[in-house]
Design a protein around this ligand. Sequence first.
Ligand code: BES
Ligand code: MN
Ligand code: ZN
Length: 495
Amino acid sequence: MEFSVKSGNSDKQRSACIVFGVFESRRLSAPAEQFDQANGGLLSGLIGNGDMEGRAGQTLLLPTPELPCERVLLVGCGPADKFNDNAYRRAMAAMAKALADTGAAEAVSYLSDLEVKGRDAAWRVREGLLAVSDALYRFERLKSKKNDRPRALQSLAFAFTAPPGAAAEEAIRIGRAIAAGVSLAKDLGNLPPNICTPSYLAEQAEALAKEYGKLTTEVLSRPQMEELGMGALLAVARGSREEPKLIVMRYQGGGNTKPIALVGKGITFDTGGISIKPAQGMDEMKFDMCGAASVLGTMRAIAELELPLNVVGIVPATENMPGGAATKPGDIVTSMSGQTIEILNTDAEGRLILCDALTYSRRFEPETVVDIATLTGACVIALGHLVHGLMGNDDGLVHELLAAGEVTGDRAWQLPLYEEYKEALESNFADVANVGDRAAGTITAAGFLSRFTEGVRWAHLDIAGTAWKSGKEKGATGRPVPLLTQFLLERAGRG
Ligand code: BES
Ligand code: MN
Ligand code: ZN
């Protein structure tokens, strides 16, 4: 898909389709008004019949063969006074879906010209681009019959009645990079667990390094992990026939400044291990590598943008399977940090692979570490599917991440990480247990991780509720690539 920025009067645009917003009830937006007046009240006449009330998400396609544009698409935007970030993204998504159903290969949209409180033209272009790519994303590579449309939409211009300035052009570049990262994260998440294995993830990370000059990838295999003493990560891998991989991606755009480390949970399938999960919905545990996918996606986005930063992406990748050699509840292992862990529940495996990856990240002397993981079902209960759970040991960092979430709509919400919560993980036999009781499961999981990040500025994103959708729309969301990329853009002074 090609995206561009365009400016000029709305009645002069030559296009296969021109898109206008309509507010509730039947109120034409300013560019629509301009078009309407130049064309003898064409739009106001047509919407008088009740076909377009302007309700959020509503669309109406009008063929206009006698005009310089072949069609007009009207998109309902809801009440004008409630046209906020979310309503804007919804309008863009509704537009994209409606355009995909037309024969138009190209379109000019004046939705980007609509005022959104507190947001400039650059934000509207970038978020419009992201909403459109999100809505048009399909995962069809494993269907034998491709759902091909006669003439799918190939290019979209974000139009403005007055020139929006150079920042809007730059917004296309940023939006495109984030969209590419999101799309990679979605693809990796959606791939089935028999294809997207730890080795596959490693190959994809190597392929990224081939594509971008500033990116290198190193993959550690089992003997190297043994050498490093990664007893916790290896304990999870024991039950599987797939080889575990520790993937280390280094993006070097920041000279000799200290890097930011991103650590992503890469469980390519989580059966629960010996503490096996119920059958219902277990297929969705293929998404248990979405933290890893978000790290690869974010590495792609920042490499695409050539940000002046150093970033290390670390992905511990393994399956969690109940093989004959699998770890048993009650087993005690020694982590790379030296701390011993009593594994009381083999289904709490995410924290086991992450703790060794977090310890490993120290060798890069990171300025900041952020880990991303589909870590706890409890997070879904607490926060649902809207926001990521966020905890950390540094308020400044937590606030940076919260702010990045607000800008991109890829929001997080902080949960408290008081020391007292960590008492739940006391073990009679080892330094720490890998689970507590059911209370505050998201926080005690983060509390476990915090034991491995002492003295490091660290935050943890629990994306169990946000990384994928279930039901009819089942599929990976690509989150939190937008949040992470925005956070890094801010760090690079390009926010
Ligand atoms: N991958 C799961 C967490 C999960 C569950 C994410 C459902 C999304 C939806 C994780 O490995 C897990 O199994 N966690 C356990 C922890 C428990 C044993 C303390 C959980 O949440 O039940
Ligand atoms: Mn699990
Ligand atoms: Zn898991």
